[in-house]
Design a protein around this ligand. Structure first.
Ligand SMILES: [Zn+2]
Length: 338
């Protein structure tokens, strides 16, 4: 059976509901069936009422609504600021030199308490799905090859030390040994499972996006996440670089991996499509990427972000062209029978 087509786009940067409504109409008219609204710490602090209204307006236009913990604790994707890690220093990750880092640790109970509040706020706003986007430890460069060790790694906070001791019966090593790598991955898998379980408990659908590269700071064995019983949808965001000649093949590789795992564990596969940082004249990479992933069986696409991200620093060089290209591609997909 062919999965129904689902098309979306992320939206952020505007919290004036009657202005957002104009954009939502454009999003709906482009062929989108859902919108991914960011719900940042700032939104929880200042714009909860506006966000509830924005979600209501999205629903009114027939759009499903996903909410994304954009930059929350800096432990998810997103460039926006976190005040949590400025105000609550014990929640921060600690690196291998003992330095406190501007990112919350998934093993810190206080961070999870904040996330429970976030889930309840998202539920009250009226979300349909909570999208756990790129959960990670602090990402440091990791040299490739045998016996190559990164200079720095995280996390060595008190909660991580205690957890490692409980699990392994020994002190958390100072070096990023194989048992430490395995421990970090297991921590992120358990964190993601906990997030999905709590989302289900709130009566909402769950989605997870994992980063598309190997690192000790993310989950490398995706099956460990895809098999989480309370997870509904799984994907990744294989953004290509400017002038990358094999952009479509790059996207297809990830699409195949996502589709195979989702088929195995009976989850919905989803893929993010680059709609920022695109040089003028390279907009055709968008339909090429979507087509390549479509051929691999992906039927749920979302673009980051609305209108070629024309309102941010990493905008597409010609956001009009990016949006027109994406819209035409979405319209074309909607006309297909399979
Ligand atoms: Zn920690």
């Amino acid at each position: 059976m062919v999965a129904p087509l689902k098309l979306g786009v992320s939206y952020y940067g505007n919290r004036i509901p009657w202005r957002v409504k104009e954009d939502l109409q454009v999003i709906r008219d482009a062929g989108c069936t859902y919108v991914v609204h960011t719900l940042s710490e700032e939104d929880l602090e200042f714009y909860e009422g506006a966000m509830a209204e924005i979600v209501r307006l999205s629903h009114e236009l027939g759009l499903e609504v996903w909410l994304d913990p954009w930059g929350v604790g800096q432990a998810f994707g997103g460039e926006t600021y976190s005040s949590l890690i400025a105000k609550h220093l014990p929640l921060r990750q600690v690196n291998s030199l003992g330095e406190s880092l501007p990112i919350a640790c998934p093993n810190q109970e206080g961070f999870r308490e904040y996330l429970l509040k976030w889930i309840q706020a998202a539920r009250k706003c009226g979300a349909d799905l909570l999208f756990w986007d790129e959960p990670h430890f602090m990402i440091y460069p990791e040299p490739l090859g045998e016996n190559k060790e990164p200079k720095l790694w995280a996390c060595r906070c008190g909660a991580c030390e205690k957890r490692f001791k409980n699990l392994q019966g020994s002190q958390l090593p100072e070096r990023l040994t194989d048992p430490v790598r395995a421990f970090k991955e297991e921590c992120l898998v358990e964190f993601t499972r906990w997030l999905c379980d709590e989302t289900k408990r709130a009566g909402l659908k769950t989605g997870v996006c994992l980063l598309p590269f190997e690192s000790s700071s993310t989950v490398n064995d995706w099956a460990k996440v895809v098999r989480i019983p309370s997870l509904d949808l799984f994907g990744t965001d294989p953004y290509w670089r400017p002038h990358q000649p094999d952009a479509a093949a790059h996207v297809a590789r990830f699409a195949r991996r996502v589709k195979e795992l989702c088929d195995e564990f009976k989850k919905e596969p989803q893929l993010w499509i680059l709609n920022f940082n695109i040089p003028k004249g390279e907009e055709s990479a968008i339909p090429a990427a979507i087509e390549a992933a479509y051929r691999e069986g992906i039927r749920n696409f979302a673009a980051w972000s609305y209108y070629g991200a024309s309102y941010i620093k990493l905008r597409a060089e010609d956001p009009d062209a990016v949006w027109t290209t994406l819209s035409a591609c979405y319209q074309d997909l909607m006309k297909r029978k399979s």
